[in-house]
Design a protein around this ligand. Structure first.
Ligand code: PGA
Length: 257
């Protein structure tokens, strides 16, 4: 049985002071909720203070991006070597990075390998645009992104990687995919592709999240789906009450074994 993972992607929100205040409150709110991995992904500058404020809480910390070199003349970048001291996970290939910052399948693959080499757990984002969705290309696009992301990655490494299926049209729009559609795409384009690459055993062990307008009202139905192993959450991860409801729903999800 896969342990669900609920991760908050804060994007470019919260100052350091706000971030620390927030996680102090979150720490109390999430105490005692078991059976789910809880993750917050603040902006780079807040990673270290957030990690310190969460010490001993069991709440994991993730970054939102990483570069693939450990050090060098790469102005403005942050390396896996630097991140490994302050966080456990890193989001790679979020659609906003693909759209606004030139992230490609190739850079995603390089970043995954670099993160793994330093012991960071990648959360690898894949997902189709509205145009691709309407053209019936969803399965091909998502499956292609998964293949490209995992190129040259061994099955032992793959096992620990988290995939987030995030249809771009559902991100920040208030219009989530239906639970049934999300479940179907994750199964047919996500897990089936991983099974082709690594065999069914590995694919069944890997966690695949859904992301895109998850909120306290739709979370239970999404988390009840057998293929959905938690969520990657933007907007609703910025409020303690909402994120707590999401974590609770993932923990209590009544999924088939
Ligand atoms: P959203 O963002 O929950 O605000 O739609 C999700 C994401 O971008 O990871």
């Amino acid at each position: 049985m896969r342990k669900p993972i609920m991760a908050g992607n804060w994007k470019m929100y919260k100052t350091v002071a706000e971030a620390v205040d927030f996680v102090r409150a979150l720490r109390d709110a999430l105490a005692g909720i078991e059976g789910v991995d809880k993750v917050v992904c603040p902006p780079f500058v807040a990673l270290a203070p957030v990690a310190e404020a969460l010490e001993g809480s069991g709440i994991l910390v993730g970054a939102q991006n990483v570069y693939w070199e450990d050090q060098g003349a790469f102005t403005g970048e942050v390396s896996p070597l630097m991140l490994k001291d302050v966080c456990d996970l890193v989001i790679i290939g979020h659609s906003e990075r693909r759209q606004f910052f030139g992230e490609t399948d190739e850079t995603v693959n390089r970043k995954i390998k670099a993160a793994l080499a330093r012991g960071l757990t990648p959360i690898v984002c894949v997902g189709e645009s509205l145009e691709q969705n309407e053209a019936g290309q969803t399965t091909a696009v998502v499956s292609g992104q998964v293949r490209a992301a995992f190129g040259g990655i061994s099955s032992d490494q793959a096992r620990g990687i988290v995939v987030a299926y995030e249809p771009i049209w559902a991100i920040g729009t208030g219009r989530a995919a239906t639970a049934q559609d999300a479940n179907r795409i994750i199964g047919t384009a996500g897990r089936a592709t991983l099974a082709e690459l690594y065999g069914d055993g590995v694919a069944q062990a890997m966690r695949i999240q859904y992301g895109g307008s998850i909120n306290p009202r739709n979370v239970e139905e999404l988390m009840a789906q057998p293929e959905i192993d938690g969520g990657l959450v933007g907007g609703a991860s910025l409020k303690v009450e909402d994120f707590t409801a999401l974590v609770r729903a993932a923990a209590g999800a009544n999924r088939p074994a």
